[in-house]
Design a protein around this ligand. Structure first.
Ligand SMILES: Cc1cc2nc3c(=O)[nH]c(=O)nc-3n(C[C@H](O)[C@H](O)[C@H](O)COP(=O)(O)OP(=O)(O)OC[C@H]3O[C@@H](n4cnc5c(N)ncnc54)[C@H](O)[C@@H]3O)c2cc1C
Length: 452
C-alpha cells in the first residue's frame, strides 16, 4: 500500500525534530506536526529560557562580589520586563532556526494538532495523512495537584511569561525544576520560599550534594521548608495569596509556583484509535526499540517517561531514524552514565552513581571529597563553599561517580562524563595533570579517601 509518508512525527520538540531531520536526511519521506511551538518544551518553556533566567539571576552576586576586586557600581536595578522581552526575542530566533532546520532537510511541516485516527493515519487541520510509521514525540506537561485554590498557582509554563517579578514567591516541589526556579526568583530579588513535602530536596542525587546545597541556599537567605505541604490557596482582596499548610501554618505569597511533576501530553491524541498501551505511570509503553504495542507506532522522549532530558530525547530520536532508515549506523541508546546539571545557584553537576546507589549495588566504596572556598571568592565577603566528590570502586579502582556543587559544575561534569564512560580509574584521575589554577583541578588532586 502506498502511504503519503514513510514517517509521520507528532511533535516538533527535541526528540521529534531530531528524528524527522535525520530520517529525511537518510532519504525517507517525512512529515512533522506541531501544535504549539517549534523546538518543543526545551526551546520554549524549558532548558533554554530557564538557563537565560539563571544567567540573569547570577548577575546579582557578580555585582556584589565585584566590590572585592575594586569595582564600585551605582545602585544595581533589575527590570524583569526587559529580561522577559529579550528572552522572548531569542526564543523567536530559535523557533525560526528550527523551522529552517526542518524545511531545509526536506521535512514537510504541518502546523496544527495531530490526532491519530488509525494505526497508519493522522488528522491535522481537518486533513488526513497516511504513513507507514508514526512516531509519537509529544512530550510532557506540568501537573498541578487539584487542591482547593489550585487555579491561583502557576507552573513553569506560566513563569516564563509573568508580567512582573513577584515580591514573595512560594515554590513547591523538590525536583530540579523547583530548585532552579527558586534560585532564579531568589537571585532576582524576590523573597523566596521553597516548600517540599519530603525530608530533603533532590531525591536521587548524592546525599552529600543535597545537604551541601541545602546549606548554601540557607546561607544565601532562601527559606527552605521541608516536610511541608499545601492544603489550600486563597486569593485575598489585594491580589496576594494566603496559603494554608497541612500542619495548619499560614504563609503569604504573591505567587505560588508548582513544580511537583509532569505528565505525558496525550490530550486528544487519539491513542484510543490504536492498540498503543500505557505503562503503570501513564506513559506510553515501548520496548528497547521504542516500538509501542501497535506495530506501526513508535514513541520517544518525555512521553515514554524514561529519562526526561533533552539530550536523551535527541539520542532516542537519532536511534529511531537510524534503525528505520540507516540500519547499518544503528546504535542503541546507552542510558548509563548520563551526566546532568541542576542550574541552581550554585550549580550541581553529576555523573554516574551516587555513594548511596553504589553501596546499594554492593560495591565496596571508597569516597574522596574536597570542600573549599572558590578562589574567585577569596577577595570577597562571600562564604560560599564548593563540594567535589568521587565515588570509587575499591576493588577495581574504577570511578563510579563524580559529583560537584559549585560554580560551573554543569560545564565541568561534561568532560568527566567522557572519562567515566571510557571506564577511567582513580589512578587515571590521579595521573592526569591539573589545569591550574581552576576549581576543576581538584578532581585530579584528591588523594586521601574519606574515612567511612
Ligand atoms: C522548566 C523545564 C526545564 C528543563 N530544563 C532542562 C535542562 O536544563 N536540561 C535538559 O536536558 N532538559 C530539561 N528539561 C526537559 C526537556 O525540556 C525535555 O526532556 C525535552 O523537551 C523532551 O523532548 P520531547 O521531544 O520528548 O518533548 P517536547 O520537547 O516537549 O516536544 C513535544 C512537542 O510536541 C508538541 N505536541 C504535543 N501534542 C501534540 C499533538 N497532538 N500534535 C502536534 N504537536 C503536539 C508539543 O507542542 C511540543 O512542541 C526541562 C523541562 C522543563 C519543563
Amino acid at each position: 500500500m502506498a502511504y503519503d509518508f514513510d514517517l509521520y512525527v507528532i511533535g516538533a520538540g527535541s526528540g521529534g525534530v531530531r528524528a524527522a531531520r535525520f530520517a529525511a536526511g537518510y532519504g525517507a519521506k517525512v512529515a512533522v506536526a506541531e501544535s504549539r511551538y517549534l523546538g518543543g518544551t526545551c526551546v520554549n518553556v524549558g532548558c533554554v529560557p530557564k538557563k537565560l533566567l539563571v544567567y540573569g539571576a547570577h548577575f546579582a552576586e557578580d555585582f556584589e562580589q565585584s566590590a572585592g576586586f575594586g569595582w564600585s557600581l551605582g545602585e544595581a536595578k533589575f527590570d524583569w520586563a526587559t529580561l522577559i522581552a529579550n528572552k522572548d526575542r531569542e526564543i523567536n530566533r530559535l523557533n525560526g532556526i528550527y523551522r529552517n532546520l526542518l524545511v531545509n532537510s526536506g521535512v514537510t511541516l504541518h502546523e496544527g494538532h495531530a490526532k491519530l485516527v488509525d494505526p497508519h493515519a493522522v488528522e491535522v487541520n481537518g486533513q488526513r495523512y497516511s504513513a507507514e510509521r508514526i512516531l509519537v514525540a509529544v512530550g510532557g506537561w506540568p501537573l498541578i495537584p487539584q487542591i482547593p485554590g489550585h487555579e491561583h498557582a502557576i507552573s513553569s509554563n506560566e513563569a516564563f511569561f509573568l508580567k512582573e517579578l513577584p515580591k514573595r514567591v512560594l515554590v513547591v516541589g523538590g525536583g530540579y525544576i523547583a530548585v532552579e526556579f527558586a534560585g532564579i526568583f531568589h537571585g532576582l530579588g524576590a523573597e523566596t520560599t521553597l516548600l517540599y513535602r519530603g525530608d530533603l530536596f533532590l531525591r536521587g542525587f548524592d546525599g552529600a550534594v543535597r545537604k551541601h546545597l541545602q546549606e548554601e541556599l540557607t546561607k544565601r537567605g532562601m527559606h527552605l521548608q521541608f516536610n511541608a505541604d499545601i492544603e489550600r490557596i486563597e486569593k485575598q482582596a489585594d491580589g496576594s495569596l494566603n496559603v494554608t499548610l497541612k500542619d495548619g501554618r499560614q504563609l503569604q505569597a504573591d505567587c505560588v509556583f508548582y513544580a511537583t511533576g509532569r505528565r505525558p501530553m496525550l490530550d486528544n491524541l487519539g491513542l484510543e484509535n490504536t492498540r498503543v498501551k500505557l505503562d503503570k505511570k501513564g506513559f506510553v509503553e515501548v520496548d528497547e526499540l521504542y516500538q509501542t504495542t501497535e506495530p506501526s507506532i513508535l514513541a520517544i522522549g518525555d512521553v515514554i517517561g524514561r529519562v526526561q532530558l533533552t539530550p536523551v530525547a535527541l539520542a532516542e530520536g537519532m536511534a529511531v531514524a537510524r534503525r528505520l532508515f540507516k540500519p547499518e549506523q544503528y546504535r542503541q541508546v546507552d542510558y548509563r552514565m548520563i551526566p546532568t546539571a541542576v542550574f541552581s545557584l550554585p550549580n550541581i553537576g553529576t555523573v554516574g552513581l551516587t555513594e548511596e546507589q553504589a553501596r546499594e549495588e554492593g560495591y565496596e566504596v571508597q569516597v574522596f571529597e574536597s570542600r573549599f572556598r572558590p578562589m574567585k571568592l577569596t577577595l570577597t565577603e562571600c562564604q560560599e563553599r564548593t563540594l567535589m566528590k568521587l565515588v570509587v570502586d575499591a576493588k577495581t579502582d574504577k570511578v563510579l561517580g563524580c559529583h560537584m556543587v559549585g560554580p560551573e559544575a554543569g560545564e565541568i561534569v561534561q568532560g568527566l562524563a567522557i572519562a567515566l564512560k571510557a571506564g577511567a580509574t582513580k589512578r587515571d584521575f590521579d595521573e592526569t595533570i591539573g589545569v591550574h589554577p581552576t576549581a576543576a583541578e581538584e578532581f585530579v588532586t584528591m588523594r586521601t579517601p574519606v574515612a567511612g
